[in-house]
Design a protein. Structure first.
Length: 181
């Protein structure tokens, strides 16, 4: 575990928050996850963390939601057909930093399989519980359990960002406080 999620050790991985997947989600849950993901992105930008985005088979599932894509500098999603996001292109960006904050969908499929792959690659996945979701509540709960069993640290967007921040009274503190409102 080391010293937790830090700005030197951390990165953000946004998994498959795409139009057609989003359309299948409960609207209130989706809104919360989009809001929390946006907070994670704004916080990652303030802390200088790498931000990596994946899209599962975009021809079939659509692109990343504009609300998310539009706030990522130099947005360049990595396309995949594997459920795990630990694919070529992602590995190179994440490997130098041992801690990965994971957000996205669906909790019990792509998120879980990614967490398991990260752990097997000797990285520490930090699962932002408030920024992942599945279509069905039962699958969401199972996904959380599977992720924990696979070795993820369960956290929230705000907990991870403030862990990385470490102290108040800085410009980053102001940016992150605004982001997580």
């Amino acid at each position: 575990m080391g010293h937790g999620f830090t700005r030197e050790s951390g990165s953000l991985l946004v998994i498959d928050i795409q139009e057609r997947l989003a359309a299948a989600m409960a609207p209130d849950r989706l809104e919360r996850v989009v809001n929390r993901t946006r907070a994670a992105i704004e916080g990652a930008k303030a802390l200088g963390l790498p931000i990596v985005v994946t899209e599962q088979y975009p021809r079939g599932l659509g692109r990343t939601l504009p609300a998310i894509a539009s706030i990522i500098p130099g947005f360049a999603p990595i396309e995949k057909i594997e459920f795990s996001a630990w694919v070529s292109g992602v590995r190179e960006k994440l490997a130098p930093r041992p801690n990965v904050l994971v957000v996205g969908m669906e909790t019990h499929v792509c998120v879980f399989q990614t967490v398991r792959a990260l752990k097997m690659a000797a990285l520490t996945p930090y699962l932002a519980r408030d920024a992942v979701l599945s279509r069905h509540e039962a699958d969401f709960e199972v996904g959380l359990s599977l992720c924990a069993d696979a070795g993820a640290v369960t956290t929230s967007v705000e907990a991870a960002l403030f862990d990385a921040l470490g102290r108040a009274g800085t410009p980053e503190f102001k940016a992150i406080s605004a982001a997580v409102k």
